[in-house]
Ligand binder design. Sequence first.
Ligand SMILES: Cc1cc2nc3c(=O)[nH]c(=O)nc-3n(C[C@H](O)[C@H](O)[C@H](O)COP(=O)(O)OP(=O)(O)OC[C@H]3O[C@@H](n4cnc5c(N)ncnc54)[C@H](O)[C@@H]3O)c2cc1C
Length: 328
Amino acid sequence: MKILLITEQREGQWNKTSFETLAAAQQIAAETNGSLAGVVIGKRIAALASELAATKLDEVLLVEHDLLSAYTPDGFTIALQQTIAQAKPDLVLLPHTYQVRDFAPKLAASLGKGMIGDCIGYRHENGKLIFVRQMFQGKTVADVVFEGSAPWFATFQAGASRADAVIQGASKAPITPVAVDLKPEQIRTKPLELFREAKQAVDLTQAPILVSVGRGIKAPENIPMAEKLAKLLGGEISASRPICDEGWLPMDRQIGSSGQTVAPKLYLALGISGAIQHVVGMKGSRTIVAINKDQNAPIFEVADYGIVGDLFEIVPALIEELEKTKGT
Ligand SMILES: Cc1cc2nc3c(=O)[nH]c(=O)nc-3n(C[C@H](O)[C@H](O)[C@H](O)COP(=O)(O)OP(=O)(O)OC[C@H]3O[C@@H](n4cnc5c(N)ncnc54)[C@H](O)[C@@H]3O)c2cc1C
């Protein structure tokens, strides 16, 4: 099997989900005895290509063009169509980022192919690849297989694999520039300045630690306590939907089916019941710690560590201990 991994960078910075998908791609290549090429696309990306070439893959394809310096769905689709025509992969893997959601269905459809989006895993059984994706807001999972001829397209959800599972190569993989033919008139949109909707918005998907508050926090006056804990842990604050609906925290801090999907190293849930719409956005976290006074709260079903108790006793105690450690 010939696998092509399409990575994502913006302004010279990796989207770290690329490395999670690289880990999955390396594993699929090993299990299918296949080859793996990684694509870096954009402008001024030679350093990133070199970084990618240090990981275990057979080749890095450098897709560089002036018209790819800013992302446009037309530019990326045309450049990647040409890359795929040259590389002739069987399987094209992408991280399920916002940008990929924008262009990958168009790319697959333009080649008359289907795409299995937002996969949480895969199995290799009897020589066949089976992709696993959630349905009905994470209430159930489905096995999905490709029909028809290659190339097949699949995207992996953030947290589906661990970026630290990426295997480094014994030596650097060769970097091959791919010549793409792109003309300004083929690009029908003009990207303006990048901006974040909220002034101090953070990309929660990139935060290693999240302290997340739910309705158990009771009142907006108590949020600074959770923020203090987040700061001491070196993390960010996030929330369940009612907290954002109330305006106690901005909407971009919301985790769940109508918020962000995150997979930090540590997710600390304070007074969150664990409704499915919340859990679907955080259950890929490496370690989940839940503090809830109701021992039957569903959040404990996904928690690695559960503390049954009052967050107003436990959080101040945690803050006190962390301050002591920081002080020493
Ligand atoms: C279409 C749709 C989309 C949705 N999208 C989202 C989404 O993206 N994200 C999301 O989060 N929700 C979403 N929801 C809402 C979701 O169904 C739940 O209502 C919501 O997640 C509940 O938030 P919560 O856990 O903070 O509140 P609650 O369910 O009220 O839970 C509060 C928890 O705090 C505990 N508690 C109370 N006091 C304390 C204390 N002193 N110490 C410790 N624990 C305490 C309680 O035992 C309880 O378990 C969506 C709903 C719908 C219908």
